[in-house]
Design a protein around this ligand. Structure first.
Ligand SMILES: *Cc1c(COP(=O)(O)O)cnc(C)c1O
Length: 726
């Protein structure tokens, strides 16, 4: 099946030397986000600009000294090779698993809707796990040559940039993206003009510009209300991700759901499957019902048609974590549009009645579940909690399709090179080649000292990166030169390093390690076997308790007890995340079970050979094998949160003291911690396939997409096709 091709106009017009015209092609496709060779080209052209902007458009749009690279034969050869590889990737969609097995079975693309996409750090239209998952979903869909089109919002101010002040307060800064300097293009309409669509709001028509972020073979449409046609008060609708005001948020979600469908239609697309990744886009269901009604169907038939080929992924375990709006707000803002379209708002509100039966609220999750034909939770454990929470709302079971990560985006180059050299593993082409656990068992072939050496390289990279970040942070606080000089010697790679990075939501219990200060201080300052801990993470601007935890950790990191052993890096984003999952020794996660739906950062770490120590929650409940890391506590939960926290902290300290630290410091004659390296190998072997987005997408295809497109037989056959030898 052909990939979706969308005509577009690059945001900025600038000349390039004719011989290097192909750079434009390379720059405006985010393919470079997971191809280090292409990124190297940007660095060769202008290292300073690349490091500063982390995206190629400012590098090549000038002013650029082209004469230097045009005289450099090595550069030109590298450019030619890289461009040829890119062109071959884009041209060759056949031979992949889906094409071989199902040919043209879909009959149309899969439209994937999500409120955020984490594709690369330079495109700040994501906040965390949901967005990174969506970005990895798009990248794997591209690698697997699946016919996808993504739909999202273009947040010109994105998510906040975090700084931590000298007292530990989180400060929020909003960037103001210049779209001319991002790898984005305006989508063209049929006449070759920039495409816009309209969404009717009370008393005015909102104009929505349609942009394109091309992710390899997959186009992602991004909707933007900041255009001259709109009133000044409507232009910021799409400015800020997860904007706080409920009315503004509702406007955003109307733009995403309704504007998204209209953009696809303007492009002549007739998706075979509609995927709502989380309920933010659920108004797309109402818009599609309106379309069926407009073509003559009764309302009931229309809703039935919509349900037939729509699927939904739920992301939060508890009802309270799901998106809800006041019913009156929905009536006022969306009522006229819906009523006029023959899809009465009262009917929509009925379909969005939450599990608590509260008519005062419209529940986006309940609405999505009632109007889709298949749904999934994001881990096996999460599917149990989700089915228990939502029983009665939906008559089909919520399947468990565990999240994965896109290996080529997260595995560090030193480790990746070993996988390629010793296993011939091509993470990008996993669906076409061997992909089962037994294949990964061959990791045993990688010599321990090579694996350890690759890990240490990644660890040194993290230390260098962290030094720069910490120096900036403390200089801003006005620390003395001697204090700044101290930074050069911290994060010594010969000390065991624990990494902890995530949203500072209270249920994640980011401060759990500090439950017993004396015990932790003894541990980190042990004369023979010391430990250091690196934290990173943002708290939502409205989440005061989360911000308090950040402050506590920051203050500890500057206190005499922990200074030099505990660190907190600012502005956790994809870049910080990459350094951390690649370069720490062990990855810690201690949420309150069962509130973590899946979690994915631990998968990224494990694929780099960084074992997890985690609560048996989310993905780790099924990922932990007994020899690939450590489980904090068990599967029982104490109804008394405080008692549970204390018990989990005891388990965590105990494991560190008796198992992890001894294993990490126990070296053989050549300085290799052999027991630890075994755990590293087991981490990789048990996750590189099982927690990849390749495996995840195969399951989505077989258990949700193909059945929704009318291939009922496939759901039953799903198991064998996934596990048989490839
Ligand atoms: C992977 C990732 C996440 C999600 O990780 P969790 O394990 O769910 O906390 C969040 N933010 C960034 C920047 C990431 O890279």
């Amino acid at each position: 099946m052909e990939p979706v091709r969308i005509p577009s106009i690059p945001a900025a017009a600038f000349p390039l030397p004719p011989r290097l015209e192909g750079l434009r092609r390379l720059a405006y496709n985010l393919h470079w986000a997971w191809h280090p060779r292409t990124r190297n080209l940007w660095s060769l052209i202008d290292r300073a600009a690349w490091n500063r902007y982390r995206n190629p458009v400012p590098v090549i749009s000038g002013p650029t000294d082209w004469s230097r690279v045009l005289d450099d034969e090595k550069f030109l050869a590298e450019y030619q090779d890289t461009l040829a590889a890119f062109d071959a990737y884009m041209a060759n969609g056949s031979g992949h698993w889906f094409e071989r097995k199902h040919g043209d079975a879909l009959g149309g693309p899969i439209a994937y809707f999500c409120a955020e996409y984490g594709i690369h750090e330079s495109l700040g239209i994501y906040s965390g796990g949901l967005g990174v998952l969506a970005g990895d979903h798009m990248k794997s869909a591209s690698d697997m040559a699946l016919p996808f089109v993504g739909v999202g919002l273009l947040y010109r101010k994105g998510y906040f940039r975090q700084q931590i002040d000298a007292d530990g307060h989180q400060e929020h800064g909003y960037p103001d993206y210049d779209l001319n300097r991002l790898p984005l293009a305006r989508v063209q309409d049929r006449n070759g003009l920039p495409l816009s669509v309209t969404v009717e709001l009370p008393g005015r028509d909102l104009t929505v510009a349609v942009w394109l972020a091309q992710v390899g073979r997959v186009p992602v449409l991004l909707l933007d209300t900041d255009v001259a046609e709109n009133a000044v008060e409507d232009r910021p609708i799409t400015h800020i991700l997860y904007v706080r005001g409920r009315e503004m948020r509702l406007h955003q979600e109307l733009v995403l759901g309704i504007g998204g469908v209209r953009a696809l239609r303007e492009l002549g697309l007739a998706p075979a499957v509609w995927h709502l990744n989380e309920g933010h886009s659920a108004f797309l269901l109402a818009e599609r019902a309106r379309e069926f009604v407009a073509s003559g169907a009764s309302l009931d038939t229309a809703l039935e048609q919509v349900r037939r080929n729509s699927v939904f992924t739920i992301h939060t375990p508890v009802a309270a974590g799901n998106e809800r709006f006041d019913s009156d707000l929905v009536r006022r803002v969306a009522g006229p549009l819906l009523d006029r379209g023959g899809v009465p708002v009262e009917r929509i509100l009925d379909l969005g009645l939450g599990v608590d039966g509260d008519r005062g609220h419209f529940d986006m999750t309940a609405f999505s579940l009632r109007l889709t034909n298949g749904a999934n939770a994001v881990s096996q454990l999460h599917s149990h909690t989700a089915n228990a929470t939502w029983q009665g709302v939906t008559d089909h079971p919520i399947l468990g399709i565990t999240n994965g990560v896109h290996g080529p985006s997260w595995v560090g180059t030193p480790v990746l090179e070993l996988l390629t050299r010793d296993l011939g593993a091509d993470l990008e082409a996993m669906d076409a080649g061997p992909r089962q656990d037994p294949f990964w068992e061959r990791l045993g072939r990688i010599p321990s000292n090579d694996l350890w050496e690759a890990h240490l390289r990644q660890k040194r990279e993290l230390a260098l990166f962290a030094h720069g970040r910490l120096r900036n942070q403390l200089a801003r606080h006005g620390e003395a030169p001697a204090v700044l000089a101290e930074i050069e010697s911290v994060l010594d790679p010969s000390i065991m390093t624990i990494g902890f990075a995530r949203r500072f939501a209270t249920y994640k219990r980011s401060g759990l390690l500090f439950s017993d200060i004396d015990r932790l201080a003894r541990l980190v300052w042990d004369a023979d076997r010391p430990v250091q801990i690196v934290f990173a993470g943002k708290a939502h601007p409205a989440d005061r308790p989360g911000q308090k935890v950040i402050q506590e950790i920051f203050q500890r990191s500057r206190s005499p007890e922990f200074r030099g052993r505990v660190f907190i890096l600012e502005n956790y984003d994809i870049r910080v995340g990459r350094f951390l999952v690649q370069g720490v020794d062990v990855w810690l996660n201690n949420p309150r079970r069962p509130l973590e739906a899946s979690g994915t950062s631990g998968m990224k770490a494990a694929q780099n050979g960084v074992p997890n120590i985690s609560i048996l929650d989310g993905w780790w409940d099924e990922g932990y094998t007994g020899d690939n890391g450590w489980a904090i506590g068990g599967r029982e939960t104490d109804p008394d949160d405080e008692a549970q926290d204390w018990a989990d902290a005891q388990s965590l300290y105990g494991l560190l003291e008796t198992e992890l630290i001894p294993a990490w410091y126990d070296r053989d004659a050549s300085g290799i911690p052999t027991r630890w390296v075994d755990a590293m190998r087991r981490s990789m072997a048990t996750t590189l396939w099982r927690f990849s987005t390749t495996r995840m997408l195969l399951e989505y295809m077989e258990q949700l997409y193909l059945p929704a497109a009318g291939f009922q037989a496939i759901r039953e056959a799903a198991e064998p096709t996934i596990t048989e030898a490839g």
